[in-house]
Design a protein around this ligand. Structure first.
Ligand code: PLP
Length: 269
C-alpha cells in the first residue's frame, strides 16, 4: 500500500516523539514468579507492536532476545517457564556456568552479546548458538578453529560502534565492509547481521542517529553481502530502534526487572 505524504509526515512526527526510557533505569520491577514474567513479556510485546504500528512494520519481523545477565538460575527457570527459550548474556564465563547448571532446559539457546577476548572464544564455541559482538579478526579465527573441533557452527553479528564513543567496542562503520570480506573463509561462522549499542543518553535524537547509522550501513552492505539482521535496542530504547529498522531487540530489565548494579559495571567506560 502506498502511503500518502500526510501519513508519512504524521508517522515521522509521532516517531520523533518516541523517547528513550532511561528514566526507568533501576525501576523496572523484579519478576519473581512465572506470572510476573508473563506480564512483563506481554507488556514488552505491546510496546513492540505499538512501535511497529507507528513505523508501518509487522511485529513478525522482530525477534525479542531476553537478556538474563546477572540473573540467577532460579529466575532464569521462571523466565523459561514463561516462554523465554533463548537468552542473551554479556559475559562468557557467567553464560557458560548457567548453560551447565541449566542444561536440563532442553530448548534453551544461548546468545553471547558482549565483548569477547580470544582466550574465551573456546568456551563460546562449546555452548553458544549465537555471538553478537564480533569485532576482531583474531577472535573470528580462534572461534572458527574451535567450532571446527567441536563440530559446531555459530551465528554471528558484527558489532559496530555507531556512537563514536572511543571507549565502546565495535568496529567503526567504515571498516565493516572489509571485515565482512575477511570473514568469508570461516566456514563455521554464519554472519547473520550487524549489532550496535546506541549512545546511553536521554537525548532521543542522538539515540535515533545511532540506529539510523546502523541501518544505512546495512543497506549499503546488503548489495554485496546479502540480507542482514539488525540487532539494536534495549529496555530503554527499543521502540526507537524498531522505528529505525531493528529486527532483533535485546531486552533485559523490562523482562527480568532492574539489575542491582549500574550498566557502567558491565560496559567499558
Ligand atoms: C545488558 C545488555 C542489554 C539489555 O539491556 P537492558 O537495559 O537490560 O534491556 C542489551 N545489549 C547488551 C549488549 C547488553 O549488555
Amino acid at each position: 500500500m502506498m502511503k500518502s505524504k500526510e501519513n508519512l509526515q504524521a508517522e515521522s512526527l509521532s516517531s520523533s516523539l518516541t523517547q528513550p526510557r532511561h528514566d526507568m533505569h533501576n525501576q523496572w520491577p523484579r519478576a519473581e514468579s512465572v506470572e510476573d514474567f508473563r506480564e512483563n513479556l506481554a507488556a514488552v510485546k505491546l510496546r513492540i507492536e505499538a512501535a511497529c504500528q507507528r513505523s508501518g512494520r509487522s511485529e513478525k519481523e522482530i525477534r525479542l532476545l531476553p537478556v538474563s545477565k546477572t540473573m540467577d538460575d532460579a529466575h532464569i527457570r521462571l523466565a523459561y517457564a514463561a516462554g523465554c527459550t533463548e537468552l542473551g548474556e554479556n559475559k562468557v564465563q557467567e553464560a557458560w556456568g548457567k548453560a551447565q547448571s541449566l542444561a536440563d532446559l532442553s530448548e534453551l539457546r544461548w546468545s553471547v552479546i558482549g565483548h569477547l577476548q580470544s582466550n574465551k572464544a573456546k568456551l563460546v564455541a562449546k555452548f553458544a548458538s549465537e555471538f553478537q559482538a564480533l569485532d576482531s579478526l583474531h577472535v573470528a579465527e580462534v572461534l572458527d578453529r574451535r567450532l571446527h573441533t567441536e563440530g559446531r557452527a555459530l551465528d554471528v553479528f558484527v558489532q559496530v560502534n555507531t556512537s563514536s564513543e572511543p571507549s565502546k567496542y565495535g568496529l567503526p562503520a567504515e571498516d565493516v565492509d572489509a571485515f565482512m570480506c575477511q570473514l568469508k573463509p570461516f566456514e563455521n561462522l554464519r554472519v547473520r547481521g550487524l549489532m550496535t549499542l546506541a549512545e546511553f543518553t536521554s537525548d532521543a535524537g542522538r539515540v535515533r542517529a545511532c540506529f539510523k547509522r546502523l541501518r544505512q550501513l546495512r543497506d549499503r552492505l546488503s548489495e554485496s553481502h546479502g540480507a542482514m539482521a539488525l540487532s539494536m535496542g534495549m529496555s530503554g530504547d527499543f521502540e526507537i530502534a524498531i522505528e529505525e529498522g531493528a529486527t532483533v531487540v535485546r531486552v533485559g530489565q523490562a523482562i527480568f526487572g532492574a539489575r542491582l548494579r549500574p550498566d557502567g559495571f558491565y560496559w567499558p567506560r
